[in-house]
Design a protein around this ligand. Structure first.
Ligand SMILES: Cc1cc2nc3c(=O)[nH]c(=O)nc-3n(C[C@H](O)[C@H](O)[C@H](O)COP(=O)(O)O)c2cc1C
Length: 336
């Protein structure tokens, strides 16, 4: 058993590690979430556009892989715009599974979902922790004040998948939020987190947990990713909130960024037609051309040197964090 790292969040969840498996649509598996929970942390399934029945099946699958007393630790991450378009009972169906936490990200109005959780809990004498992902300091401030989530996931520039084009770096963002928002909710850092020393530093800066998403992208280096609107060509128009774009590996598709931007800016019917044709071609390329895959990845991919089981990754990161906290004489180190 590793030494426990104690933060306000680990105490609330009654876990021994502040490492959280990030929700990743189409990438997180129940086994990944279970591995991080078994390593002492907490995990979110990524639900994206899944049906409620699929999410429930994934929760059950992950729960079957962890001890009974840890089964509530399988959380669910929701994508706001996808929720807006799905069966309106989806959140309630998940809450009825007695999950310890849900996470909401990337929506124009997530407030109504936060309210839905609070109403459900009030009627069922249950406490579901509500995590909300924020991408700018202004957003963090507004969300903390108006929606009162239990946890703000402060997702920085480096993050794989989506973030705001103006997101500060993970470390700066955490510091700014911790310093400028009075009585802020608990904070979880996300984006480019790959080392125990980094985790120790973020914990000492005020993070109560860390959200880590790992892609098996061994060969990618520091300059291999970009945040760009071009990756959203596979989605219907205007579903992602303003400023939210994906960070992915720079595959062949980025060479079309300028052309798509140029056609988007033009108002003519012919430009609109050409744009739709090009987008359809790009979708086909993404699906079928090996030089055009869509691979979400953050800046942390540069540190990825080998493929390891998720349990070992989470446990290894935890142990590195303990070592780094020890050298800082940190008060966050708990017992065995
Ligand atoms: C493949 C992939 C899919 C993701 N899908 C989601 C998602 O469905 N919901 C969500 O809140 N965040 C999603 N994210 C963002 C992660 O939850 C997390 O904040 C981010 O990946 C952390 O940065 P890192 O990749 O640098 O560790 C995704 C990230 C990746 C890489």
């Amino acid at each position: 058993m590793s030494v426990a790292v104690s933060t306000k969040l680990t105490s609330l969840l009654n876990v021994t590690s502040p490492i959280i498996s990030a929700p990743m649509t189409d990438a997180t598996t129940p086994a990944l979430v279970a591995a991080v929970i078994n390593a002492g942390g907490f995990g979110f399934l990524g639900s994206g556009r899944s049906s409620a029945a699929k999410i429930v099946a994934d929760i059950d699958e992950a729960r079957a892989l962890v001890a009974p007393e840890k089964q509530h630790l399988v959380g669910v991450g929701f994508v706001g715009w996808a929720l807006d378009r799905t069966d309106p009972t989806t959140v309630k169906t998940v809450l009825a599974k007695n999950v310890a936490a849900v996470l909401f990200a990337y929506g124009r109005d997530l407030r109504k979902y936060v309210a839905e959780v609070r109403e459900f809990d009030a009627a069922h004498e249950h406490k579901t922790l509500v995590f909300v992902t924020v991408n700018t300091v202004e957003e963090a401030s507004r969300v903390a004040k108006e929606w009162k989530p239990d946890v703000l996931v402060v997702q920085g520039y480096e993050a794989g998948g989506r973030a705001n084009v103006n997101s500060p770096s993970t470390k700066d963002f955490l510091q700014l939020v911790a310093e400028t928002i009075p009585d802020h909710p608990l904070l979880v850092s996300a984006g480019g987190i790959t080392k125990g020393s980094q985790i120790a530093e973020l914990l000492e800066t005020g993070a109560a947990g860390l959200s880590e998403a790992k892609q098996l992208l061994i060969e990618a280096g520091a300059d291999s990713t970009a945040r760009s609107p071009i990756f959203d060509v596979i989605f219907p128009d205007n579903v992602w909130p303003d400023g939210i774009q994906a960070r992915c590996l720079k595959t062949g598709i980025v060479t079309y960024e300028a052309r798509v931007a140029e056609l988007t800016a033009k108002q003519s019917e012919s430009a609109k037609e050409e744009l739709e044709t090009l987008k359809a071609q790009l979708r086909t390329k993404i699906d079928s051309d090996k030089d055009y895959p869509l691979i979400y990845a953050g800046l942390g991919v540069a540190e990825l040197k080998s493929i390891q089981p998720a349990f070992d990754v989470a446990r290894g990161l935890h142990d590195e964090t303990v070592e780094a906290l020890r050298s800082l004489n940190s008060e966050l180190l708990g017992g065995a």
